[in-house]
Write a protein that binds this ligand. Sequence first.
Ligand SMILES: [Zn+2]
Ligand SMILES: [Zn+2]
Length: 113
Amino acid sequence: MAGLSLKCGDCGAHLRSVQEAQEHAELTSHSNFSESTEAVLNLVCGTCGKPCRSKTETDLHTKRTGHTDFVDRTEEEAKPIDLEAPKAPAANSEEGGTSGSNEAQGFFLVQLK
Ligand SMILES: [Zn+2]
Ligand SMILES: [Zn+2]
């Protein structure tokens, strides 16, 4: 079964994509990711639309804003994680001139156990 998230083995955080895992790794120096079939919680505030990923976050949001109406969209948002780093589109880009984003390749590889 395909994983729905990447779990950080160092702190238990769930990441929704390889990119997020990379960002997490950069921020925390954690590097112990494994594929998880547990979807990342996605609770959206019905009042302002802010997405929260944990009960802690919704509690904090309620404290800050007084918003108490959260919609659980975990199922809708959950999708199998793509472990491939995003590839540049095949060489059919005749357009040219899309604000030159030439990202460096192979900047970080997530280690899967
Ligand atoms: Zn971590
Ligand atoms: Zn809100």
